[in-house]
Write a protein that binds this ligand. Structure first.
Ligand code: 13P
Length: 254
């Protein structure tokens, strides 16, 4: 399975800024090894501009940061998987901790999105992660297992492994500069791998588990070399083309 190097721009960039940056990333991905994929989760309003800037055949693929679990309807402010496909997206994120915390998204709702997005043809990354309070309270395992069980509840047992990935993003490491240490990442990713192996008939061993939370050009190589780390999901450091490209190419000698 290819490693997945993902940028999450969150609520940053106008169309022009996004198109420039997407072009800048793409031009630096000529050296992306064949065993890596790169994807950009851009704001909805910038997706069409990024698609146009990248053109057909780009290495950098596009994704939405969220979607609603219906094809169309009276859902003011929401975006369907079909609309993302229409903007040249092949991917979507569901369950980002910022949406859980700031917009009150429940595990059950995230589970509906995950299954609906996959059934609609989008490859899907389910984001999970514990708060510092949950970690300090010894709740790491039950929190991750609950988020996985409910987030994946509607997903078919035989889903192709490359279509579903999990992003482990400890809430206390997001945007804080405090990256989780190797021991913490290894423990959480092993727990997630064990869950996926049990949950899926055959693909659970191959599904990608990404790490997210203060990933930078200086720590990416160490992180992707850890067991059960199959890529990264990068926030702040993905906003500059040069920095994200350095992360996507981490460990590749020039
Ligand atoms: P930072 O890389 O800014 O910590 O954000 C991580 C994240 O939330 C990616 O989805």
């Amino acid at each position: 399975m290819k490693m997945l190097m993902a940028a999450n721009w969150k609520m940053f960039k106008t169309r022009g800024e996004a198109a420039d940056c997407a072009r800048g990333i793409e031009s630096r991905l000529a050296w992306l090894p064949a065993d890596r994929e790169a994807v950009l989760f851009a704001p909805f309003t910038a997706l069409a501009a990024c698609a146009e800037a990248l053109g057909p055949g780009a290495r950098l693929r596009l994704g939405g940061q969220n979607c609603y679990p219906a094809s169309e309807g009276a859902f003011t402010g929401e975006i369907s998987p079909g609309m993302l496909l229409d903007c040249a997206c092949s991917q979507v994120l569901v369950g980002h901790s910022e949406r859980r915390a700031l917009l009150g998204e429940s595990d059950a709702f995230i589970g509906k999105k995950c299954a609906f997005a996959l059934n609609s043809g989008l490859d899907t990354t389910l984001c999970i992660g514990e708060t510092l309070k949950e970690r300090d309270g010894g709740m790491l395992r039950p929190v991750l297992e609950r988020q996985l069980a409910e987030g994946l509840s509607g997903v078919q047992d035989d889903i192709a492994a490359e279509r579903l990935s999990i992003a482990y993003e400890p809430v206390w490491a997001i945007g804080t500069g405090r990256v989780a240490g190797p021991v913490e990442i290894l423990e959480a990713h092993a727990l997630i791998r064990a869950f996926l192996r049990k949950r899926f008939t055959s693909g659970g061993g191959a599904m990608r588990i990404l790490y997210g939370g203060s990933v930078k050009a200086g720590n990416a190589e160490e992180i992707i070399n850890l067991d059960n780390v199959d890529g990264v999901l990068v926030g702040g450091a993905s906003l500059q083309a040069e920095t994200f490209a350095r992360i996507a190419l981490a460990g590749v000698s020039d």
